[in-house]
Design a protein around this ligand. Structure first.
Ligand SMILES: *[C@@H]1O[C@H](CO)[C@@H](O)[C@H](O)[C@H]1NC(C)=O
Ligand SMILES: *[C@@H]1O[C@H](CO)[C@@H](O)[C@H](O)[C@H]1NC(C)=O
Ligand SMILES: *[C@@H]1O[C@H](CO)[C@@H](O)[C@H](O)[C@H]1NC(C)=O
Ligand SMILES: *[C@@H]1O[C@H](CO)[C@@H](O)[C@H](O)[C@H]1NC(C)=O
Ligand SMILES: *[C@@H]1O[C@H](CO)[C@@H](O)[C@H](O)[C@H]1NC(C)=O
Ligand SMILES: *[C@@H]1O[C@H](CO)[C@@H](O)[C@H](O)[C@H]1NC(C)=O
Ligand SMILES: *[C@@H]1O[C@H](CO)[C@@H](O)[C@H](O)[C@H]1NC(C)=O
Ligand SMILES: *[C@@H]1O[C@H](CO)[C@@H](O)[C@H](O)[C@H]1NC(C)=O
Ligand SMILES: *[C@@H]1O[C@H](CO)[C@@H](O)[C@H](O)[C@H]1NC(C)=O
Ligand SMILES: *[C@@H]1O[C@H](CO)[C@@H](O)[C@H](O)[C@H]1NC(C)=O
Ligand SMILES: *[C@@H]1O[C@H](CO)[C@@H](O)[C@H](O)[C@H]1NC(C)=O
Length: 432
């Protein structure tokens, strides 16, 4: 029976086999998937639309987009591979309210004329767009509610940023900023809720006056110096504070605990001295506390172990001394605990097992480290820490690999069954 027309039943079986194998392939290469990496083709049609364009985009704005080299096509109000555009639904023409440039090519020039006709934009963002700095028309500058610049525009000045007087959210990161300090920027903006100026080589001192509405402040990775002003602790809406990797010195303000909304705080990698203020005990919802790599001294306060929500605690590389006041159940509850690099700190070996790797020595009966960690210098601490971290990571990874292995196994089993069925059918056909 050598019929040339393909057997539909046969085709079905092959299709099933093919699907099973390709499914199991894509599963086995779960996260670093080779399938997704080769040249993501620009396909604006398949990207989800953010706005069902019921009305037509203002012709002037359409022209401006085209002059900026933004692929417009049929749906200018939808994301393409290097921009996202969101429009309002006003009539007769809709207007652009959000414009974000992503991974743009370096030949893009944002002309003043084009930007002038885009002054309806409220949310402007540049992500990885190392184009030349732009002149913002004042109408656009006044209209902006949110401005983001990440690894873009090469260089910004405090004067340029201080023109964005109406923004509530300001993010500038990995861009060098020339300014006398954060004050010139932050004090010109009238209603700032969230500010990130990080890894910007910003110099100067922390502001003396802060907007009472601030809930998010990230000034990490700059060259800020001087003390932390106690006026900062009046921000009762502040949820997030990151001042890490600057050159701040002096003590942590005693009123720090007035920051009653605070959840995540990092003051790490500065030159802060003195002890941890008792008022920290009054911060009810602290989740993340990083005071590492400073010159803080005194004992580690016992009240830290009463912080119910705490998940991350870093006190490493300071000058803390005495007995670590934590028990095993508190340590187990934390996702991360770092206390190494405090040469006069020790743990009570009758309450804590040495299996909990802390990077500090056990105490003698006077509460002093038993073997002065003379041989254990900074360099060996380094490796200890990274080892601990690696241990943690590998454990987590083992857990998360479990289910995908099961799925892979099932897929292999399924494809084998399909193989056997085909084999049997072939056998039946040829023996007819
Ligand atoms: C931008 O480029 C980075 C790295 O080249 C890539 O990971 C990212 O997905 C790109 N983003 C967009 C929206 O194309
Ligand atoms: C977006 O990508 C297109 C094609 O890759 C390019 O011609 C255009 O200059 C890019 N636009 C921007 C704003 O980077
Ligand atoms: C922005 O601020 C200016 C003056 O500082 C004010 O006149 C204007 O109404 C504000 N614009 C918006 C859109 O809030
Ligand atoms: C900050 O300064 C350092 C050294 O002076 C330089 O390597 C780095 O690129 C600068 N960062 C930015 C965002 O310009
Ligand atoms: C704080 O924000 C509210 C609304 O979010 C606003 O009414 C109020 O004026 C702001 N206060 C200050 C001091 O900017
Ligand atoms: C603070 O910022 C640094 C980098 O700028 C980052 O590595 C760190 O995770 C941040 N800390 C918190 C508490 O978010
Ligand atoms: C903090 O640093 C400044 C210089 O930036 C210095 O004048 C001052 O004495 C330092 N203060 C303390 C307490 O170390
Ligand atoms: C706050 O800290 C927790 C615990 O470390 C972390 O999971 C979370 O992402 C942080 N939140 C922010 C906004 O950084
Ligand atoms: C902590 O350091 C400060 C100076 O930075 C010093 O005055 C104080 O005596 C030190 N306290 C302890 C308990 O070592
Ligand atoms: C461990 O410390 C916490 C917080 O101080 C306390 O609530 C708990 O009872 C202690 N657990 C044990 C077993 O001592
Ligand atoms: C260690 O803990 C035991 C039992 O809680 C206690 O009797 C002892 O005094 C503690 N040692 C030090 C040095 O604190």
């Amino acid at each position: 029976m050598a019929s040339s027309s393909p057997d539909p039943f046969f085709l079905l079986i092959f299709l099933t086999l093919f699907l099973t194998i390709s499914t199991s392939n894509s599963l086995s290469s779960s996260s670093p998937s080779p399938l997704s990496s080769p040249s993501p083709k620009p396909s604006p049609i398949s990207t989800p639309r953010t706005h069902s364009s019921s009305s037509i985009l203002d012709p002037n704005q359409l022209k401006a987009l085209q002059s900026l080299n933004i692929p417009t096509g049929k749906t200018p109000c939808s994301p393409s591979h290097n921009t996202t555009t969101i429009c309002d639904s006003s009539t007769p023409f809709s207007h652009i309210v959000s414009l974000n440039f992503i991974n743009c090519s370096d030949d893009v020039a944002l002309s003043l004329t084009a930007l002038k006709s885009l002054s309806t934009v409220k949310d402007l963002g540049f992500y990885n767009c190392p184009i030349s700095p732009i002149r913002l028309p004042s109408q656009l500058a006044l209209n902006l509610k949110s401005f983001t610049c990440v690894s873009s525009l090469k260089k910004l000045t405090g004067v340029w940023l201080s023109k964005l007087v109406n923004v509530t959210d300001l993010t500038v990161s990995h861009v060098s900023i020339v300014a006398s300090g954060p004050s010139i920027i932050m004090n010109s903006i009238k209603n700032l809720h969230s500010v990130t100026i990080s890894n910007a080589n910003l110099t100067g001192y922390l502001p003396k006056h802060w907007h009472s509405n601030l809930s998010y402040v990230d000034l990490s990775g700059n060259k800020l110096k001087g003390r932390i002003p106690s006026s900062l602790t009046e921000l009762e809406n502040l949820v997030y504070l990151n001042l890490s990797s600057n050159s701040l010195n002096g003590t942590i303000p005693a009123s720090f605990g007035d920051l009653s909304s605070l959840q995540n705080v990092s003051l790490s990698s500065n030159s802060l001295s003195g002890s941890v203020p008792d008022s920290f005990a009054a911060i009810p919802r602290l989740v993340h506390l990083d005071l590492g790599s400073n010159q803080l001294n005194g004992t580690i306060p016992k009240f830290i172990s009463d912080m119910k929500g705490l998940k991350y605690l870093n006190l490493e590389r300071n000058n803390f001394h005495g007995v670590l006041p934590f028990n095993a159940s508190f340590i187990k509850k934390l996702a991360v605990l770092k206390v190494g690099g405090n040469s006069n700190l020790c743990y009570n070996h009758s309450t804590l097992s040495s299996k909990v790797k802390l990077g500090i020595a056990p105490c003698d009966k006077h509460g002093l480290p038993v073997s002065p960690p003379a041989s254990k210098d900074i360099s060996s601490d380094d490796t200890d820490d990274s080892d601990d971290y690696a241990d943690d990571e590998s454990q987590h990874q083992e857990h998360s690999h479990g289910p995908s292995k099961v799925v892979l196994g099932i897929s292999i089993a399924l494809s084998s069954i399909v193989f056997i069925i085909i084999f049997l059918i072939l056998l039946a056909k040829c023996c007819k």
